[in-house]
Write a protein that binds this ligand. Structure first.
Ligand code: SAM
Length: 297
């Protein structure tokens, strides 16, 4: 079966924030659309159950995020409880990845996205608040993920004024390490960083690329440049971002979140058994409406 919302969009992905806690403080962070401090944190049982319920309803891709998901030490045991046929990936800042990559892979994690906004420790520190040692651990984490077969490893790079000059170095890094580079447009929040010139960067990528393909998801464009793969993720003012959105979110306090940009239509998962979770997922899917298409927003 496939879940469909009232606008005919298929829902095939679940993005689960497994914790609100983080060991960095990125100046631009959107906190996965969560506001305020949660009263509780989603339990391992709820995470396993909501993913299993989603799988019964046709969800095939799951992303674990946060906060920093690797601050939870029960991820491996959660992964071992998940049904077959669901591809689970993880978005992490990479600081704790080197010591977990093998055990996560063994527990069934398919791949990782590692956030890395600069190759220069000082710029990394300015953006994330992390230390030079943290920066080194992120790089080690990327290598460990490659070694553990968590492929493809994708490196998430939010394009900011601070780092836009580094894009071509990042392209070289992607080619050298055989990782996919994701250039992410800053989702704007007043006072939380200034985005770089992604349009100019994309024009330059296009000029140098041997091949360009458009992925179905959010019409993402992917550029192939002398062996490097570079994907551009542009959520802002993008009706296509909504039109091709195929995911439902779960907040770190255990609520289904139909849209990254809204908090007025959450569906609480508390107290639900597997069958009830399925009904709540179906209810949340019916609440999905394209944010950028609404006239009053
Ligand atoms: N702590 C993990 C990490 O750093 O990857 C997972 C959580 S973080 C919120 C997930 C992803 O969202 C990261 O790749 C981050 O770069 C991206 N992100 C956060 N705030 C953003 C914003 N304002 N605009 C675009 N991307 C953002």
């Amino acid at each position: 079966m496939t879940l469909r919302d009232p606008f005919g969009r298929r829902v095939t992905g679940l993005r689960v924030a497994v914790t609100p806690r983080c060991n960095l403080a990125c100046l631009y962070c959107h906190h996965e659309g969560e506001v305020g401090s949660p009263h509780r944190v989603i339990s391992a049982d709820e995470i396993a159950k909501v993913i299993s319920a989603g799988a019964d309803l046709g969800i095939r891709k799951v992303k674990l995020t946060g906060g920093e998901p690797l601050l939870r030490d029960d991820l491996e045991s959660i992964l071992l409880r998940l049904p077959e046929g669901v591809e689970v990936s993880l978005t992490t800042n990479g600081i704790l990845l080197a010591e977990r990559a093998e055990s996560l892979a063994a527990a069934g994690l398919a791949r990782v996205n590692v956030s890395l906004d600069s190759l220069r420790p000082a710029v990394f520190s300015g953006i994330t608040g992390g230390t030079a040692a943290d920066h080194r651990r992120v790089l080690e984490g990327i290598d460990a993920a490659l070694g553990a077969g968590l492929l493809p490893v994708k490196v998430n790079f939010v394009v900011l004024k601070e780092n836009e000059g580094e894009v071509w170095k990042m392209v070289d890094f992607a080619r050298d390490r055989s990782v996919v580079l994701q250039l992410i447009e800053l989702l704007d929040q007043p006072g939380r960083g200034v985005g770089g010139d992604l349009s100019g960067i994309e024009a330059a990528l296009e000029a140098r690329a041997e091949d360009v393909v458009t992925r179905d998801m959010q019409r993402r464009r992917k550029y192939f440049i002398s062996g490097a793969e570079v994907e551009v993720v542009r959520p802002m003012d993008n009706t296509e971002f909504c039109a091709h959105c195929n995911r439902l979110r779960v907040t770190s306090d255990g609520k289904l979140k139909p849209c990254l940009l809204r908090n007025d239509n959450l569906v609480d998962l508390a107290g639900a058994d597997l069958e009830e979770m399925k009904r709540r997922i179906e209810r949340a899917v019916l609440l999905r409406s394209p944010y950028f298409c609404a006239r009053d927003r």
